[in-house]
Ligand binder design. Structure first.
Ligand code: BG6
Length: 498
């Protein structure tokens, strides 16, 4: 370990507690990401993990569970057995009931100290949002909020269910932890392309002059998923796509596209700029919700040739549920840079494939120079930033087709962000390392969450009251036809392909 790492490790925790260790998030995201950090030797030697869950398991049962979970990953990448052994040796399993204060006393007794510098712990709440408050209060009751500034608590999104509940949750957090201890996570901010967007915008002088209402016609942000709701009915049916994805992940993408250059790449400087964007979003009045937002739910259909059931037929979803699995919205940012440029956001489950993209459409040239030629109209330029599955940038420009006539074709300049021998990091790897190292730049400050709720709240309230009907879309399609009504002009259409 080098000197810088040794210094850094003075602040690093010695225990990392995963609440909800057997749940979906821990299984699919946290454990694989922590294992990857082990593989690349980014975990300090004395860091131990405590897996906390309701099941009456022993540590051996838990280790078997982790072995099974990582088996394919280890085989596919030929990871040496010693990496797994080192990883497993860090774990203890504790059976716990989140409501029972005794569980927290046991946890407190179990936490070990990091040498002479005392105990420092990360509490990762990979649990149902409904349990956040209980856990936060119980952590304090057991004295686990101390030492201030050292022990950290990580809260998953959605942060609250609406503006009011987010404010209540924040109050509870602040009664029990200092702001410096709180890490509100939105894992989209850990995605490579999202960070790349900052570099793309602010490290390239050729982009910045074009990045405004003078040149940009509109912006589309799409996060499409082909998966359904899996085993998350309990959570998802309460949340819906607006709370699950749009209020946080898509709004965060919007802020990164639209923000002004921050004075420095520091946590608060970045967050200040993002908040300014959110504050500038034109509020959507009750009467305007219909024109600004569309929701829908998937019915049965087929994806990749496989037939899939509709939302109402998913396990543990009641017939008649009107929870949206697709949400689209149009926002205007009323500031100097963006006034009049619509931002169209959409996200949905059971769409044809996983595909997340920011699509920037430029304006038509001011002069129709080619009117008298075989070219009737020229499609405008696009810049497409693909977030996943591939991380790439595409620029569409017009070139003349070789030949006697004046015909053009669109040429795509494509660039992958990765070189062929490079591998992309999972967002959780980046963010978990940041939590461990105490860097909060890619985490949400409360005012970001609060302003995002302010923007979304009118839509949420309107949809909560309108309970009779929800449009549908067949699984495997790009969403309901109603989503087209958001567009301001006839030549705007959803961009589904790169
Ligand atoms: C989560 C949502 O925050 O993000 C899920 O709760 C969604 O519903 C997931 O599937 C998408 O994240 P990723 O990184 O897999 O695209």
């Amino acid at each position: 370990m080098d000197a810088a790492r040794t210094d850094q490790s003075q602040n690093e925790p010695c225990s990392f507690v995963i609440f909800g260790a057997t749940g979906d998030l821990a299984t699919h995201k946290l454990l694989p990401a922590l294992f990857d950090l082990e593989r690349v030797e980014r975990l300090v030697d004395d860091l131990s993990f405590i897996a906390l869950a309701r099941r009456s398991w022993t540590t051996d049962d838990w280790l078997e569970h982790v072995r099974t979970l990582l088996k394919d990953k280890i085989e596919q990448s030929s990871i040496p057995q010693e990496v797994l052994n080192r990883f497993l040796a860090r774990f203890r399993y504790l059976q716990a009931d989140l409501n029972d204060t005794e569980s927290y006393r046991t946890l407190a007794a179990d936490l070990t100290a990091c040498g002479s510098t005392g105990s420092r712990t990360v509490f990762y709440l990979a649990i149902r949002p409904a349990d956040f408050v209980t856990v936060i209060k119980n952590l304090k009751a057991a004295g686990l909020n101390e030492p201030r500034g050292m022990n950290r608590v990580v809260i998953e999104k959605p942060f609250g269910e609406d503006l009011e509940s987010a404010q209540v949750l924040n109050r509870v957090l602040h009664q029990n932890f200092d702001e410096e201890q709180i890490y509100r996570i939105d894992h989209f901010l850990g995605k490579e392309t999202v960070q790349n967007l900052l570099v793309f915008r602010f490290a390239n002088t050729i982009i910045e002059p074009l990045w405004n209402r003078n040149f940009i016609d509109h912006v589309q942000i799409t996060v499409a998923e082909s998966i359904g709701i899996g085993k998350r009915a309990g959570y998802y049916d309460r949340a819906g796509a607006l709370r699950d994805m749009l209020q946080n992940h898509l709004m965060q993408l919007l802020t990164v596209v639209a923000m002004e250059p921050p004075p420095a790449l520091e946590a608060d400087a970045l967050r200040d700029e993002k908040v300014k964007v959110l504050r500038s979003i034109r509020p959507i009045g009750k009467r305007a919700v219909h024109a600004h937002a569309v929701r829908a739910q998937y019915t049965h259909g087929s994806i990749d040739g496989q037939s899939v059931v509709g939302y109402q037929q998913e396990e543990n979803i009641e017939l008649g549920s009107i929870t949206e699995t697709f949400a689209a919205a149009k926002f205007y940012i009323d500031n100097w840079r963006w006034r009049g440029v619509p931002f169209y956001l959409r996200t949905g489950k059971r769409m044809p494939r996983q595909h997340s993209m920011i699509a920037i459409r430029f304006k038509h040239p001011p002069q129709q120079l080619f009117r008298e030629t075989p070219l009737e109209s020229i499609d405008p330029n696009w810049i497409l930033l693909s977030i996943q599955p591939e991380e790439s940038m595409h620029m569409e420009i017009h070139v003349k087709q070789p030949g006697l006539d004046m015909n053009t074709r669109v040429m795509q300049m494509n660039a992958s962000f990765l070189k062929t021998d490079e591998q992309t990091l999972d967002a959780y790897e980046t963010l978990l390392l940041d939590v461990i190292e105490g860097d909060r730049s890619l985490f949400i400050r409360f005012d970001e969450a609060e302003w995002a709720w302010r923007v979304i709240d009118p839509i949420l309230k309107f949809w909560t009251v309108e309970r009779e009907y929800i449009p549908t879309y067949p699984a495997g399609s790009w969403g309901p036809a109603e989503a087209n009504r958001l567009f301001d002009s006839d030549d705007q259409i959803w961009r589904n392909e790169l």
